[in-house]
Design a protein around this ligand. Sequence first.
Ligand code: SAM
Length: 282
Amino acid sequence: MELWFTEKHTKQVSFSMKVDKQLVSVQGDYQRIDVLKTPEFGRVLVLDGYLMVTEKDEFIYHEMISHVPMAVNPNIKKVLVIGAGDGGTIRELTRYASIELIDMVEIDKKVVEVCKEYLPTTACKLDDERVHIYYEDGLKFVRTKENEYDLIIVDSTDPFGPGEGLFTKEFYGNCYKALKEDGILINQHESPYYEDDAKVMERAHRQIKSTFPISKVYQMHIPTYPSGHWFFGFASKTLDPVKDLKAKEWNEKQIKTRYYNTDLHVGAFAIPNYVKELLNEE
Ligand code: SAM
């Protein structure tokens, strides 16, 4: 008998992968958590039936969410990461000796427990002494912070269920307040290709743009996400992601990456015309 995992990308489009074995299936505080073993993508984390991370392509997502801001501001010392229970973003950030503190706010403790046991590829640095994990809602956590962080990374689920509040104007306003003068906000920005994802992307960009003086989006190819064409947002009070890129400084650190490099950094911000149109950036 063959086992397959299928995620609906739209009402008319599905994406399927063959499964060798379901390694674990538990109910967390906010969502059902599954880890599957697959022949093509390695281990795969699924929350409430939605694919979050695969061992085969997670490097693209995690390198792009962390190295882009670190190459723009090499003086980042204090970081807030919201969501990120699989640990992949933390793994990349801990490669910088210059980072002194990482506050990680994950709403569902069970995701972290499951990932530590079944997804060591991404969860391997969650015990780094600079990492402080808070099990609470990122929306509430950030309300009380002012002028504290050099970088905020929102590595969340999609905007329904617990992730919903992380796509609101109130949240972006609180991130602005929590960031220092040269602070950077990176957020999971969905995709422009399918209609429902495009609506979320357009709304998030509009809200961030009305909050931060600099607000750009950048793209990458994630084979297992809907359409494969995915975006993150880069917002800041003072730093431009391309003009202020410190390419030489970043390359001197000799951080070995599989996807990110400083040429690709510049190219990732050159976005297709239909996306410019969607975001009113023509
Ligand atoms: N790479 C993933 C993706 O975009 O598909 C995201 C991965 S990570 C597992 C997302 C995490 O965000 C989940 O573990 C979830 O529990 C957490 N999360 C969702 N809403 C949250 C909130 N309001 N505050 C803190 N964490 C939240």
